[in-house]
Design a protein around this ligand. Structure first.
Ligand code: AHM
Ligand code: MG
Length: 332
């Protein structure tokens, strides 16, 4: 059967669904374009001088890799130059950026939050990395510059979210609130094709993904859950798989069934992952595919953000597995 291209899919869905004015379609199109540019660079990482440190620190004090900087600039420029957004916030930038339209009137209605290159410690060793994006309608009135509150929205307000995984093949996976669809890039002609329509996250899974090197710093509940995963009983022991690249770990678990965990540790009392750039968009996709995402106590998408770079503990994937983790964490 002939596969639909992402371009065709966007046009068809623009007619059917809620983005009638075409702004969201143009936004997804711009993300598609930036994804291809970054993909090209990521693929060449081993043969150019692009791998390695850029010499700068990002706002969280982490070394920025050259490709992080390239992906950050590519997404910001591609989205800002097209009259489609009124603001953008990036994991790599200290503050949000207000985007003025050419008429100077701030008429566009969407803000984007982005992790331009997630899992970047994997670049130098030829392991998959990803881009994560999240789209909201602004809350403040059109015609004025955006404010912090436009970005500090609960995840449940997301209009769309998705990721690009630069893996053995490059995929763009996204949702506009009508299920999750995955598109695979044919690099020979630069076209994404609908390869994974209506992805469904298995209710139960058999994979757990956690950095077990932190074991001694986990709470008792998480330690007990890991032992439970390893116990021989029923469909256990579960398989342990951890790439250290959220997009890739989540993508595998969404297709095969499994759970991703980044709990608090003694060092990081809120875990490592950022609510706005990583957890909310992945949680939106998980729920759209029939899975679940929690901070151990409450639904990720219900958390009221207070800071742009806020971190939260994150448990996400097959619904039954996330619920089991919540039970293990009760009181710990
Ligand atoms: P980054 O945005 O700086 O790349 O950090 C996020 C990444 C996730 O992709 C990954 O799941 C996690 O950090 C791995 O962290 P750790 O090395 O502590 O296990
Ligand atoms: Mg990240």
């Amino acid at each position: 059967m002939r596969k639909q291209t992402l371009g065709e899919f966007i046009i068809e869905n623009q007619k059917q669904f809620r983005y009638a004015e075409g702004e969201l379609s143009r936004l997804v199109n711009a993300i598609r374009l930036a994804a291809k540019v970054v993909n090209h660079k990521v693929n060449k990482a081993g043969i150019t001088d692009i791998i390695g440190e850029s010499g700068d620190l990002n706002i969280q004090g982490e070394e920025q890799k050259k490709l992080d900087v390239f992906a950050n600039e590519t997404f910001i420029k591609t989205l800002s130059n097209r009259e489609i957004i009124c603001g953008i916030a990036s994991e790599e930038e200290e503050d949000f950026i207000s985007v003025e339209s050419k008429t100077g009137q701030y008429q566009n209605k969407y803000v984007v939050l982005i992790d331009p290159l997630d899992g970047s410690s994997n670049i130098d060793v030829n392991v998959s990395v990803g881009t994560i994006f999240s789209i909201y309608k602004r809350l403040t009135p059109s015609g004025t510059p955006v404010k912090l509150e436009d970005f500090l929205q609960k995840g449940r307000n997301q209009v769309a979210a998705g990721y690009i995984v630069y893996g053995t093949s490059t995929m763009l996976v996204y949702s506009t609130g009508n299920g999750v669809n995955g598109f695979t890039l044919n690099p020979a002609i630069g076209t994404f094709y609908l390869s994974h329509p209506n992805i469904s996250l298995p209710k139960e899974g058999n994979i757990y993904s956690i950095n077990e090197g932190n074991y001694n710093h986990f709470s008792d509940g998480i330690k007990r859950y890991i032992k439970y995963c390893q116990k021989r009983e029923g469909n256990r022991p579960h398989t342990s798989r951890y790439i250290g690249s959220l997009v890739s770990d989540f993508h595998r678990n969404m297709i095969k069934g499994g759970v991703y965990l980044y709990p608090k540790t003694q060092k990081n009392e809120n875990g490592k992952l950022r609510l706005l750039y990583e957890c909310n968009p992945i949680a939106f996709l998980a729920e759209q595919a029939g899975g679940k995402a929690s901070d151990g106590k409450q639904r990720i998408l219900d958390i009221n953000p207070t800071q742009l770079h806020q971190r939260v503990p994150f448990f996400c994937g097959s619904k039954d597995m996330v619920e089991t983790i919540e039970r293990f964490m009760e009181g710990s």
